[in-house]
Design a binder for this molecule. Structure first.
Ligand code: FUB
Ligand code: ZN
Length: 630
């Protein structure tokens, strides 16, 4: 087998406007106690169990039906093909990181089923077959044909890069050619109701060098806002892309569109696109993003809300939207080398994304609330199962997001005990991170270039870190160390050189912008990149929704190796309000009740790990008024 060499899904090495280029997944080995076990669970539990679910729910049957290998009715929702493709992409990443014959056989069989379902003219979508053939490309707004095609293209690229095998890749090219024959400036005008195809087409251009794919991606972006799909903000069709100044509408659609637009910018340098992207990024991160990196606060329309509309118990914050947030910020990071984008990636990863999957790797949240009474539980699967395979593909590709290279150096974005072998020019540099991150901010990086050479090492100083020190071979380095920036160390690197990064990681009480009304007089606990919550299991003697925390209470961080896969908990004392005074009443005149409180000890756990034990109330935001009542 001819193994490919690049297995990341955004390959910017030839992108003229990219500042950074990704390092392939298989070049990075995670060896920590946190992410490495999660990756193992994805590979050993999540990917196999999801494959079974794809079979059990008829999603793979739909391909056999389309090819005539089996008979029966189409199963499930009209865009179920996309779940199969996302699984395939996850499996390809997993194979790249950890090749194994069983998985390869499974992928090859599935590829065979998919290829057999393709029409002579390249069309492929198992819903629009037989009696539905006449409806192809008739309803771009609702029917997700271009969305499914995009997922197929991404999966095919991942598998091709991981193995060098062309079968699925050729299927994807035939489909892309078919789409390019149908749509375009002097052909049919149209844009997808659910973006996704744009980023896939740009990646196909990067893989094949064929400019028509890039042109088609541009065409789909340029034609938004012309009312071709009805002109609604929900579909992000109310304005031309370049005029957007606010993230609106369906959150995953909005952010996948931004991914595609960033990819187009990376290839064309179109400044008007980049200006719009920056406006959208500021609007999202400054007014519409949860503290967890989750986005899309409204259930209605799975959508972004108004500025500061960030309800907690009624948060939607779809797992796919947090993943899309990560994917978009990755592209912005590659374009700019600005650490603010890596900050959002890290935030979303450790909080709003990881909360989407259970510790056993087999249950998923679609919706990720920040407060709950104990009714919200992860599910094995969903009728609309977009989130499970999406989280599988993101986590399976995680090693590919740790490092980048630029012309003059190596960039470290994420921290975990790991070893990486990175090609820089003609040199091969081995980088070893020794750290207990994210539980501890001490990171020792050993640099072993195959040949002594001069280059820059850029280490990320996270935005959350107020004080950082950087030492080289035991000596403090000169230069301003700014949080939320990369710190550049340029020198002639020799074998065994060591960089020691000390990121101060105290427990922080975080407050919201005052216009996030629900969080007024509340704090959230955060340590490093990890957001905490209170859950009933650790706090059985009181309702966690009722506690009040004073500003001067001492909070301690404690390592619990046997809790929730090994976590640092936060402990402290607070007041629990006695709710009994209210009896059956919901409201009382303030003058009639004197709120009584009692001292309690509380334990907070990382938000991503909630709902892995028995049911009970949970909250991220804790009451903490300026003046405590007695
Ligand atoms: O419509 C396809 C996917 O299903 C979307 O990305 C998710 O938000 C869910 O609606
Ligand atoms: Zn989803």
């Amino acid at each position: 087998m001819d193994k490919g060499s690049l297995t990341v899904i955004v390959e910017t090495s030839n992108s003229p406007y990219a500042r950074l280029h990704p390092v392939p997944i298989e070049c990075v080995r995670l060896e920590d106690d946190f992410l490495a076990p999660k990756l193992k669970i994805i590979q050993e539990t999540t990917i196999p169990s999801q494959y079974k679910l794809l079979e059990d729910t008829g999603r793979i049957f739909n391909f056999r039906r389309a090819s005539g290998r089996e008979k029966g009715d189409y199963q499930g929702l009209y865009f179920n093909d996309s779940d199969v493709y996302k699984w395939l992409e996850a499996a390809a990443f997993s194979y790249a990181y950890n090749p194994n014959q069983n998985l390869l056989n499974k992928i090859r069989n599935l590829v065979d089923e998919i290829a057999a379902a393709q029409d002579e003219d390249g069309y492929l979508n198992t819903y629009f077959t037989f009696e539905k053939k006449g409806e192809r490309w008739k309803n771009l707004r609702d029917m997700h044909e271009l969305y499914c095609a995009g997922h197929l293209i991404q999966a095919a690229i991942a598998f091709y890069r991981a193995t060098g095998e062309r079968k699925l890749f050729d299927v994807a090219c035939r489909l892309a050619n078919h789409i390019a024959n149908v749509f375009g400036p002097n052909k049919r005008l149209g844009v997808p109701g659910h973006p996704e195809i744009e980023m896939a087409l740009v990646e196909l251009y990067r893989t094949t060098g064929r400019t028509e794919y890039l042109e088609l991606a541009r065409f789909f972006i340029n034609n938004r806002g012309k009312g071709l799909i009805g002109g609604s903000p929900y579909h992000i069709d109310h304005k031309p892309f370049r005029e957007l100044d606010e993230v609106v509408g369906h959150a995953v659609r909005m952010l996948y569109l931004n991914c595609g637009a960033t990819d187009v910018y990376l290839e064309t340098g179109d400044k008007t696109i980049f200006a719009a992207l920056m406006r959208l990024w500021h609007n999202m991160t400054e007014k519409k993003m949860y503290i967890t990196g989750g986005v899309g606060s409204r259930h209605e329309g799975e959508a972004f809300g108004e500025d500061y509309e960030l309800p907690n118990a009624r948060a939607y914050a779809e797992t796919c939207a947090a993943i899309a947030n990560f994917m978009w910020n990755w592209r912005m990071l590659l374009a700019t080398g600005d650490a603010e984008f890596a900050d959002v990636m890290e935030l979303a990863l450790y909080n709003g994304i990881l909360s989407g999957i259970s510790l056993d790797g087999k249950h998923y949240f679609y919706v990720n609330p920040l407060a709950d009474r104990g009714n919200h539980r992860r599910q094995e699967w969903f009728e609309c199962a977009c989130c499970p395979p999406n989280i599988a593909r993101l986590l399976a590709s995680l090693p590919g997001y740790f490092y980048s290279t630029s012309e003059n150096g190596i960039w470290i974005h994420l921290y975990a005990k790991s070893t990486a072998k990175i090609k820089l020019g003609g040199n091969l540099v081995t980088l070893t991170q020794n750290t207990k991150y994210p539980w501890n901010g001490e990171i020792e990086i050993t640099i072993n270039p195959a040949e002594e050479s001069a280059f820059s090492l850029y280490v990320r100083i996270p935005g959350w870190c107020k004080k950082a020190d950087v030492k080289l071979n035991g000596k403090n380095l000169e230069g301003e160390i700014l949080s939320g920036r990369y710190f550049e160390i340029n020198r002639l690197w020799k074998k065994g050189d060591k960089v020691h990064l000390s990121l101060l990681m105290p427990i922080e009480r975080i407050i919201s912008h005052p216009l996030v009304m629900e969080n007024n007089d509340r704090v959230a606990l955060k340590r490093g990149p990890i957001v905490y919550c209170l859950e009933k299991t650790d706090n059985p003697g009181f309702d966690v929704w009722s506690i009040v925390l004073s500003d001067d209470t001492y909070l301690s961080a404690e390592w619990k190796p046997n809790l929730l896969g090994g976590v640092i908990v936060i402990r402290g004392e607070a007041l629990a309000v006695n709710t009994e005074k209210f009896g059956e009443k919901l409201y009382l005149p303030k003058t009639d009740v004197k709120c009584e409180t009692r001292r309690v000890k509380f334990t907070a756990i990382p938000y991503y790990a909630w709902a892995n034990r028995e049911r009970g109330p949970m909250t991220v935001w804790i009451r903490s008024p300026e003046k405590l009542f007695s």
